[in-house]
Ligand binder design. Sequence first.
Ligand code: UD1
Length: 363
Amino acid sequence: MLIHLIAAARPNFMKIAPLYHALKKEEWATPVIVHTGQHYDLNMSDAFFNDLGLPEPDLHLGVGSGTHAEQTGQVMITYEKALMQSRPDLVVVVGDVNSTMAATLAAVKLGIEVAHLEAGLRCFDRTMPEEINRLVTDALADILWTPSPDADENLMREGISSDKIHRVGNIMIDSLEMLREKIEKQRAYKEFGLNPDDYGLVTLHRPSNVDNEDVLKSICEILARIAQKIPLVFPVHPRTRKNLEKNGLMSLMNETPGMYNVEPLSYTRFMNLVFNCCFAITDSGGIQEETTYLEIPCLTMRPNTERPITIHQGTNQLCKLENLENRIENVLSGEVGQTGAIEFWDGKTASRVVKSIRNQLLG
Ligand code: UD1
């Protein structure tokens, strides 16, 4: 059975890796990695493939950057051609990036079955491009693999038949567990002269935080103040770097004592920084989940989250910019949030997905 795994942007790579490795072991499955090229830099893509033990993609669509319509359209056009040349039995899309939705559209229109891994997440905020991608992908996919009960409920509320929905858990925890030893060996914090539990980790790249000059300037000023109290390591996403440079803010960030601004890091080096930080400030989806699993306080700089379980059963809290300094004080004085194991966030999601494919498609 020919199975396409769509990899496009950085947060996708750690979601397809465990599944690729699990499918490779199955006699009946031929997994093929399709890289759309949405992320193309060495440190946004290749470094992840290396760390995660993924081979060179079998198919590279070379789409690159562009507006939303350009990126979505390019993936549809190029992927449709690839599908017509060699028709897979199943297309697996992950997460919520533009390529996830685009590959789904191209495949379903050719009558090819699509499965969505990380289905059902909703933040109910349609100004977020990812929410549109999630809604469209879930409305069209034939198999919906969800990470948590809230995701099942969202899908049912949208009228999706329950026999399409299969709760398999959180695949990112599989990558984390698969590479735990390598991650623990890294000691990435040492490169900045830092010690475990003695720094905060920052990642910010959402358009709502980094595209507006005034918002970005306020964020930089507040981070600079926090860095006077506790060092901050900030791997800077290309979108964020572009905007910092355009608005003349990169020098403020570089001149601030205690602020370590670096290029995006490979998976294992970055995760080593997560393992050892005393808090994370982020607007990423994945980091809300990884910190919950690791029981590390996480301040999410967004008005909402599609991952509410990380708040109710985890260490995550939504935070407004004006409250950030106070919240950091609380965290430093020991406030962690509720923690407890979440069902199926256990490193065994890939094997549940393989079982689901076998049951659904091989009968
Ligand atoms: C995308 C996803 C987002 C995900 C994020 C993780 C969508 C709508 N957004 O946002 O959900 O959280 O990836 O990183 O799909 N760039 C580079 N090098 C690269 C990739 C991008 O320089 O390898 C630049 C692009 O030129 C562009 C900017 O970064 O200017 C943004 O890239 P893009 O893929 O459009 O969106 P992200 O903000 O990365």
